[in-house]
Design a protein around this ligand. Structure first.
Ligand code: BG6
Length: 486
């Protein structure tokens, strides 16, 4: 069956930074169907050769795992066309149908890398033109809606034209290698399951830290903020993978059923509890490395009195047998000291220490790092003989390290490429089902409500620091601390 993929929003940031590079990598890796076509479309008027040149210039600004080669790029471009499109005009969808028919494509993916407010209209247009046949699929980029209500409206409008198995809701964190590794670690090994529970684990910390600010996305970010941009999706998906029960098999719905159960067991934080369990912050000017950076409110397209949060820390709890009483600390922020994403599983202390214990880092920890490197570390305690007299006999923390690059060589398949390959294959296991998405929105809704009703601006933090002090207090209340505070 001939395959084609149509990118709507083909000149946007996402398209040139992530989607087209991922298609190009799939092509380089031989994972793009031989007769496949790519159609990029946007409002900008240009022809296909001009689009190729534009894309090449953008590609040159990116960093690549294997050097960029012009001849490979040209090979890829032989599959890529560009067409200006006005998504509000019915004629656009008629033209698109003619294009699809002329290319004799049966298997077609429509990738909606546009504002979510256009999703309904696009899906309606596609359906009216008969572009929702059995082998046609839509990919919806996040954010899907801005709250529970709007997400429901979009989902219900899209589902009038496409069945659930034709809808691919992207959360690009699910495409990351380390998320695959975490599933393999939990469900492909027997040693973790007995300790993966409240009896052995004291708390879990999940951090998504970025050095970057909002870049050129101020207008989008003003509407989103960290809660919608990262917590509702990436952070909650990671939490699900850590906390879910073993699925019956690898099928998409088996996995999604288990993630959904976790989301449904998340204890709701009531609006009056938000100030106790949630910290929101916004970066001020500061220094990252050696570079001075501006405050959020001085970024392009950001209001000078903006109260949009660029940092969130949350203490969550999962009310089920496995996890009752175990705090899950989640946090994310822009303009933090370094880029990094990690999940730290903190184990309980030994019931009766017979050795002198170290004063810090005395507990076992499993650290699953997603970024910048893909590693798993097990932190244990051991005797060390070459210590000073004062330290002799005391246990010291040591690390068992699994570096996936060392074990398997350089990773070549990046998140978006993995997801696009799944879309091409029509496999839904790494995509989010509508009920998961609704459950996630439902959980963040009281936080959104509390903030909307609260005129107090987010807590300031200097760019280049780990966020507001209140985030440290969130963990310290229970005698825990974030890794950098230890
Ligand atoms: C996106 C957010 O979903 O994820 C961005 O919209 C964020 O604000 C990005 O920068 C982070 O992704 P990654 O893969 O670079 O950690």
């Amino acid at each position: 069956m001939r395959f084609s993929i149509v990118f709507m929003g083909g000149t946007g940031d996402l398209a040139w930074r992530k989607l087209m590079p991922a298609m190009f990598e799939a092509f380089r890796h031989g994972a793009f169907p031989q007769m496949g076509r790519v159609l990029a479309s946007a409002r900008e008027v240009m022809d296909t050769p001009a689009y190729h040149e534009w894309l090449w210039k953008k590609f040159e600004t990116l960093s690549w795992s294997e050097p960029l080669s012009r001849s490979e790029f040209e090979g890829f471009c032989a599959h890529v066309e560009y067409r200006p499109m006005d998504l509000s005009s019915p004629k656009t969808y008629e033209d698109l149908r003619q294009w699809v028919d002329a290319k004799q494509c049966e298997s077609v993916v429509f990738y909606l890398a546009t504002a979510p407010t256009l999703f309904t209209r696009i899906c309606e247009g596609l359906a009216k033109a008969g572009l929702n046949r059995a082998h046609m699929r839509v990919v919806l980029e996040k954010p899907l809606g801005k709250d529970l209500q709007t997400a429901r409206e979009i989902n219900s409008a899209v589902s009038q034209h496409f069945s659930e198995r034709q809808i691919f809701r992207i959360d690009h964190y699910l495409g990351k290698q380390s998320v695959q590794n975490l599933m393999a670690l939990r469900f492909g090994n027997s040693i973790f399951e007995p300790v993966w529970r409240r009896e052995s684990i004291s708390h879990v910390q999940i951090t998504l830290a970025e050095e970057l600010g909002v870049e050129a996305r101020g207008a989008y970010y003003e509407q989103a903020g960290a809660l919608r941009d990262l917590v509702q999706n990436h952070l909650l998906q990671l939490l699900c993978i850590v906390a879910m029960e073993p699925p019956a098999n690898e099928e998409a719905d088996s996995i999604r059923d288990e993630k959904l159960k976790v989301l449904r067991c998340l204890r709701s934080i009531q609006p009056h509890e938000v100030s106790q369990y949630v910290v929101r912050g916004q970066y001020r000017a500061g220094v990252i490395g050696t570079q001075a950076v501006a405050a959020y409110v001085d970024e392009k397209n950001v209001a000078h009195d903006s109260i949009t949060e660029t940092y969130v820390a949350i203490r969550a709890e999962i009310d089920n047998w496995r996890w009752a009483g175990v705090p899950f600390f989640l946090r994310t922020g822009k303009r933090l000291p370094q880029r990094g994403a990690e999940i730290v599983i903190n184990f309980r202390p030994v019931p009766h220490p017979i050795f002198p214990m170290p004063t810090v880092n005395a507990n076992n920890r499993l650290v699953i790092r997603l970024q910048p490197e893909d590693t798993i570390e097990m932190h244990l305690l051991s005797k060390a003989s070459n210590r000073s007299r004062a330290e002799q006999g005391r246990l010291v923390p040591v690390k068992l390290d699994l570096d996936f690059r060392e074990a398997f060589g350089k990773q070549t398949v990046e998140g978006y490429e993995r997801l696009l390959r799944k879309v091409i294959a029509g496999r839904l296991d790494l995509f989010v089902r509508f009920d998961e998405q609704e459950a996630a929105w439902k959980w963040v809704a009281p936080i959104q409500q509390a903030w909307a009703a609260d005129p107090v601006p987010p807590r300031p933090y200097a760019a280049g620091t780990w966020g507001p002090a209140a985030a440290s207090a969130l963990t310290a209340r229970e005698n825990f601390s974030w890794p950098e505070d230890q």
